[in-house]
Design a protein around this ligand. Sequence first.
Ligand code: AGP
Length: 613
Amino acid sequence: MCGIVAYTGNRSATPILVHGLRKLEYRGYDSAGIAVQREGSLAIYKKEGKVANLAELLGDYRQDPEHTEAHVGIAHTRWATHGPPTTGNAHPHCGGENRIALVHNGIIENYRPLKAKLEAQGRVFLSDTDSEVLAQLIDSLYEEDLVTAVLAALKEVEGTFGIACISREEPGRLVTARRGSPIVIGLGEDETIVASDASAIISHTRQAIYLDDNDIAIIDGGKVDIRTLDAIPVQRDASDIDWSPDAAEKGGYEHYMLKEIFEQPEAVRNTIRGRVDLERGSALLSGLNLTPRELVEFRRLLIVGCGTSLNAGLVGEYAVEDFAGMLAEVEQAAEFRYRNPIVGAKDIVIAISQSGETADTLAAVREAADKGALVAGLVNVVGSTIAREAGRGIYLHAGPEISVASTKAFTCQVSVLLLIALKLARSNRLSRESGVKIANEIGRIPELIQEVLEQNEAIAEVAKDFVGYEHMFYIGRGYMFPVALEGALKLKEISYIHAEAYNAAELKHGPIALLDENMPVVALLNQGPGQEKTVGNVEECRARKAPVLGVITQGDEEAKAACDWVIEVPASPHYTTTITATVALQLFSYHVARLRGCAIDQPRNLAKSVTVE
Ligand code: AGP
């Protein structure tokens, strides 16, 4: 996804901007650029490809007065939405003779009519982008000052934006605003760093203000003046970014993904800390802000999300039905939003999102809220849009997840969903004794994950035999079906092997036609309901020469004998085996992708946070 960094203060802006862009590289992008203000002019540098290409273009920016004497600047990494990833389409974009420069995240939905209006005024466009239309519009409205021009332009805009903007005529001034695309303002000593996420800020300051939608900030050095887009002053309190600088680094691992896989025991400990009530066999989830009566009176629990968050939600659906005997459904967020769903005041909607900025999930949150549902967020990034718009919910506290492939987010999301299911169950028919058992099992998740991580070398060995395949099936039943979905997603998104997940019972209804020696099958054989049927499916696969990798429970000799390869996970109830089996498949996918030489942390075509629909 696109990234923004901006600076105003006493230091040279360029080194701070380049460093910040490097911290945002994980978001996925295809071009980069900066603009710096010096002595009444703006210097623009931009280049397709990686930040390294831009740094090469900048030359010796730590010595060159063009840069050492420039104390205000904006910078951007672009993930192409309108127009190909070319230097001309890279940000910053300017209006009229470089009087202003703008970087933009989001989509200007009415850019075509705006562009036509500006062209009719004689303006010439240099790019295919919607963002340049906004830059030109601001310039066309620039009379008194930059803030007035930006406010007037944003009133004409439909769509989403996170912007930073400077003018050659206003030394030291930086203007930033947001609607639908996050902006974080890092507060320093007589300086301010603005970014689209905290990763670009934490090496300078941990004090940050998160703009709300329709906020604008006028910044001069260390002075930050926040208003609404109607120019009404507002107060936004600063919060402490609880990530340490090295937490967002790789910590000695080859890839962020491997680091984050190995962080999972600690991440889950942080997620469940203070939330497992062993005394009452329940869960302490004050963030849901739901009374016991509200917990039992609601009609249905609706879970919405995308990708990995959607797969975690399916585990949640199964657990709520299993523990609480209550109606729960999971919906792909975009489907939910565009289907005119049956949802209302008697429903609780849980929106799952690691980033808290996924556009489809945010849209589903707004749809559910408009229909009167009680909405809660299950989010990792503090202060993110979904977290704030939901108004209530549970933060994962999993720490920054940098790799595009979501790993610890899934295990922490499932851990929380199990706690929610337990709390609902204890508000209904589940006895304290049964609740204590489940609470204890949830408390064991970190150690169970650790046991799987200790098999890393063995799993890497198995992965060697799969490097040459181009297609794979993943099959599972019951709680293991979401695991099959998540395992297949992990493999395809980082190794580019085409992987499909099916409920094991579905094989006979068509997919089995594809089985041959070139179509290996990963079978989740973890002693859940119907295990013997799934072993039967494995035998059907092998009868058609399809090799089978079984993810089995330690000591299950029958399952072991049925497969060509096995990965063993510790014995645990199937609702926590969803986590251990998934961790096994995270490692499997990681090693296959590594052996295939893939760009694991930044897979082609993918972005960490999909903030466009
Ligand atoms: C998962 O590995 C993918 N990166 C992707 O499916 C992701 O889970 C999805 O885009 C949702 O992101 P979110 O959790 O930040 O909302």
